[in-house]
Write a protein that binds this ligand. Structure first.
Ligand code: TLP
Length: 358
C-alpha cells in the first residue's frame, strides 16, 4: 500500500516545515503596502546583503519578479529584450512581458548549457540608427540555473562577459535567478559575485529553498523604488506580508546548505536511471537538482504511461514530451526515496519486481 508521496514534479512542491510554520505564527507584521512590515524589511535587507545589491523587494512569484524587472528596464512601450529562446520568461510566463508590459522579445538560441553565444547576442542588438523600423534594444536577460536545459549553471565568467557586452551597448542586464542559490552552491561562487554584472536579479524562495510563497527582486535603490510602485499596479502589493517573509527568511537561513545534497541525489538518480535498460540520461549534464531522462523507442512505454504507473506507487513526475521526463529534487526527498523511485521505474519499464512497499 502506498503510504507516502514522492513528489518529483518540481521543487515548488515542498511543504513548509515546523520551523517555518512557527516563524510564520510568530512573525511581527504591519502593512507592507504602506512600507511598514518589519519582517518584510528584514527579508529584503538580508537578500540585498546576500546578492550584494543596494535594495530588495518581496514579490508574490518569480513570474511577477521577472515581469516587473523587464518592464522597468524597458520603460518605453515597444522596447526590445534579448532573451534565450528556451528561457522561462519566453516559454512559461504567458507572454506577460508583451501582453502586459508592451515589451518585444528578441529570442536568441539557447545552447544546451543554457548560454546564448555572445556573438549572437551582439548581432541581435538593434542598430539605433534605424529606429524608423527597429524597436530599441534595452535589456538582456539570462537565467541561472537554466531550468529548461536541465538546471545548468552559467559561469561567472560568462555572466561577466554578457555584462561587459550590455554595458558596451548601453543595455541593462537582468538575471532570472529563480535557482541562483543552486548555481552558487554547484559552482562554489558566492551569489553576490555571480550576479555582480547584473542590474537586477529575481530570486525564488519557494523553489529549492522551500518557502511556501514568494520571490525577491534585487537591484539599485532607484530600481527597487520603481519596482515597489509597479508591484502595487500589478496587484502584488500585500498587506501583512511578514507572515510569508518569515517563512522565506527561514528558507534562506536554513535551506541553502541542503542544496548540495539535492544535487548529489539528482546525480544518484541519474546514475540509477542510466542503469535501467531503455532509459538514458546524460550524467555529465546533471549539475544541480533538475534532470531530464529519455525513454528509447524499444522500451515500449511512453512517458505518459510511465508517469501514470509511477503515480500508482506514489511517485510523481512531469512529462516533457512522449519520450522525455523531467525530475526535480528537493530537500523533502530522501536518499531512500531516490532508491524507491528507481525500483518503481525499473519495474514499470522492464517488469522487474521490487521488494519493499513505501
Ligand atoms: N518554474 C516552474 C514551472 O513554471 C516550469 C518549475 O516547476 O520549474 N524562473 C524559472 C527559471 C522558473 O523555473 C520558474 C518556475 C519561474 C521563473 C517562475 O516562478 P513562479 O512559479 O514563482 O512564478
Amino acid at each position: 500500500m502506498v503510504t507516502k508521496t514522492i513528489d518529483l514534479r518540481s521543487d515548488t512542491v515542498t511543504k513548509p516545515n515546523e520551523v517555518m510554520r512557527a516563524a510564520m505564527a510568530n512573525a511581527e507584521v504591519d502593512d507592507d503596502v504602506l512600507s511598514f512590515d518589519p519582517t518584510a524589511f528584514r527579508l529584503e535587507a538580508e537578500m540585498a546583503r546576500i546578492t550584494g545589491k543596494e535594495a530588495a523587494l518581496f514579490v508574490p512569484s518569480g513570474t511577477m519578479g521577472n515581469l516587473i524587472s523587464v518592464m522597468i528596464h524597458c520603460e518605453v512601450r515597444g522596447s526590445e529584450v534579448i532573451l534565450g529562446d528556451n528561457c522561462h520568461i519566453h516559454i512559461f510566463e504567458n507572454g506577460g512581458i508583451s501582453t502586459i508590459g508592451g515589451v518585444h522579445p528578441r529570442p536568441v538560441k539557447n545552447n544546451k548549457d543554457g548560454t546564448m553565444d555572445i556573438d549572437l547576442i551582439e548581432a541581435a542588438i538593434r542598430n539605433p540608427n534605424f529606429e524608423i523600423c527597429y524597436p530599441k534594444t534595452r535589456l538582456i536577460c539570462l537565467e541561472n540555473t537554466h531550468a529548461n536545459t536541465g538546471g545548468k549553471c552559467l559561469s561567472v565568467e560568462y555572466i561577466d562577459e554578457v555584462g561587459v557586452l550590455a554595458k558596451k551597448h548601453g543595455l541593462k542586464l537582468h538575471i532570472d535567478g529563480a535557482r541562483i542559490f543552486h548555481a552558487s552552491v554547484a559552482l562554489g561562487v558566492p551569489v553576490n559575485r555571480l550576479v555582480q554584472a547584473a542590474d537586477s536579479v529575481s530570486v525564488c524562495l519557494s523553489k529549492g529553498l522551500g518557502a511556501p510563497v514568494g520571490s525577491v527582486i534585487v537591484g539599485s535603490r532607484e530600481f527597487i523604488a520603481r519596482a515597489r510602485i509597479l508591484r502595487k499596479t500589478l496587484g502584488g502589493g500585500m498587506r501583512q506580508v511578514g507572515i510569508l517573509c518569515a517563512a522565506a527568511l527561514v528558507a534562506v537561513q536554513e535551506n541553502v546548505e541542503k542544496l548540495a545534497d539535492d544535487h548529489k541525489k539528482a546525480k544518484a538518480l541519474a546514475e540509477g536511471l542510466n542503469n535501467i535498460k531503455g532509459l538514458k540520461v546524460d550524467i555529465a549534464s546533471v549539475q544541480t537538482n533538475i534532470l531530464y531522462f529519455d525513454i528509447s523507442e524499444d522500451a515500449n512505454i511512453t512517458a505518459h504511461k510511465l508517469i501514470n504507473q509511477l503515480e500508482e506507487h506514489g511517485v510523481l513526475m512531469m512529462a516533457d514530451s512522449s519520450s522525455r521526463i523531467r525530475v526535480v529534487l528537493h530537500y523533502q526527498i530522501s536518499a531512500a526515496d531516490v532508491q524507491y523511485t528507481l525500483a518503481c521505474i525499473e519495474q514499470a519499464v522492464n517488469g522487474t519486481p521490487f521488494k519493499n512497499g513505501h
